[in-house]
Design a protein around this ligand. Sequence first.
Ligand SMILES: *[C@@H]1O[C@H](CO)[C@@H](O)[C@H](O)[C@H]1NC(C)=O
Ligand SMILES: [Ca+2]
Length: 225
Amino acid sequence: MKFLVCLVILISNAAAIQDLSGKMFTFPQQTNAAHVRLTTSIKTFNALTVCHRSFTDLKRDYGLFSMALPTNANEFLMFFKYDVTEMQPHVRTDKIGYRVADYKHNTWYSICTSWDSSTGLVQIWINGQPFGRKYIPGGQAVMNGSPIIILGQEQDSHGGGFDINQSFVGMMTDVHMWDYVLSSCEIQKYMAELSFTPGNILNWAALDFQINGRVLIENKQMYCQ
Ligand SMILES: *[C@@H]1O[C@H](CO)[C@@H](O)[C@H](O)[C@H]1NC(C)=O
Ligand SMILES: [Ca+2]
């Protein structure tokens, strides 16, 4: 009996981690439920960089990357605010806006967001272009607590509180997270799809995740070389 329990745990752990290289998540419909939950055991962060590539034709607000702690649903969130065409990184208690004037539908965007608690500075990069390094008032403190990381929905509570009108519809790939600020050279390598240092917290090539609802794993549609 003991042996059987061990075996089951081993199998379910092994099945959870996958190499998604060359794959993407397809979020094919608007719901208040379908999402992918990404798992990490790390609970303390002094700094973060999160990168992903996304493709959508949504004409409303949506969340791109939602990390909640028990104490704060928007601890680290990347949100697109449609009416003002802004990418809005939320870090702990505050957010800032980056206007993306020529944001196009049906186009792949490589987006990286970094934050460092020692300076309280945040920066985003989009398709190889850096945006300004900005101070975020609540950003000069460490993040501490069990994170729940979700793609496809925006959390208003720790692991829930989804709003259909903030859901992501489209495709997403190459999600990585590091617990430090990536050098601009590494970010540019990520954006150019050259070889880069994979995320040490979330790594697309060894991703621990769980799909809930209609989200598909499909071959990445980028370029044919
Ligand atoms: C979502 O947006 C639509 C269109 O604006 C609206 O009719 C609907 O009530 C909203 N649903 C929720 C749950 O907020
Ligand atoms: Ca919300």
